[in-house]
Ligand binder design. Structure first.
Ligand SMILES: [Fe+2]
Ligand SMILES: [Fe+2]
Length: 187
């Protein structure tokens, strides 16, 4: 089910955002965050969220516009939000590169760029979960879902599925470690 899959991807993205926020805390304390992990998060957004998650949502949204224009209007300009998200991601990637290359960049600016990215992504996901997905589930016809599914190129999540790529190994280990620590603190 397409919406189920997109929702699951949202939960995974939230795990990544939590990791990024953790690294931001370390950066804000003037310590050295794990840049390998930060870059892997950025790479994941570049290769998976940008190339699969967003285009798939765009296809669902195109159908929603036809089936229920009022509901689509309530969701807003999804394509523009995705474009803004891509721009924020690009800005984040550039800031991290600048830090790693020892170029001059204010810590405060890096912090603001990370914060903007986190904030935008979280609000975007919240809006989609609340407005977009329920409206699509209600309005789209079985034929719409078949058509959307047929338009998809087969792909597997390089971080959260069995088709993992080695470049994400460190990130995966890091996520599990942080989640175990958080779990430990709750007990
Ligand atoms: Fe989206
Ligand atoms: Fe989404």
């Amino acid at each position: 089910m397409i919406i189920e899959l997109l929702s699951r991807e949202h939960r995974n993205i939230e795990r990544l955002l939590a990791v990024l926020e953790h690294e931001q805390d370390i950066f804000d304390r003037a310590d050295r965050p794990d840049y390998e992990v930060i870059r892997a998060i950025i790479a994941y957004f570049e290769v998976y969220t940008e190339l699969y998650h967003h285009p798939q949502e765009d296809r669902v949204f195109a159908k929603l516009k036809i089936r229920d224009p009022a509901a689509a209007a309530k969701v807003g300009d999804l394509a523009r939000e995705h474009k803004k998200g891509a721009e924020r991601l690009h800005r984040l990637a550039k800031a991290v590169d600048a830090v790693l290359e020892g170029r001059e960049i204010l810590r405060q600016d890096v912090d603001t760029i990370i914060h903007d990215f986190l904030d935008h992504e979280r609000r975007h996901i919240m809006m989609e979960d609340r407005d977009f997905f329920p409206a699509a589930l209600k309005a789209l016809q079985p034929a719409d879902w078949t058509e959307i599914a047929a338009a998809l190129s087969p792909h597997q999540d390089p971080l959260f599925s069995d088709a993992t790529e080695t470049r994400f190994d460190a990130l995966r280990a890091h996520i599990l470690q942080l989640e175990q620590e958080a779990e430990g603190e709750r007990h």
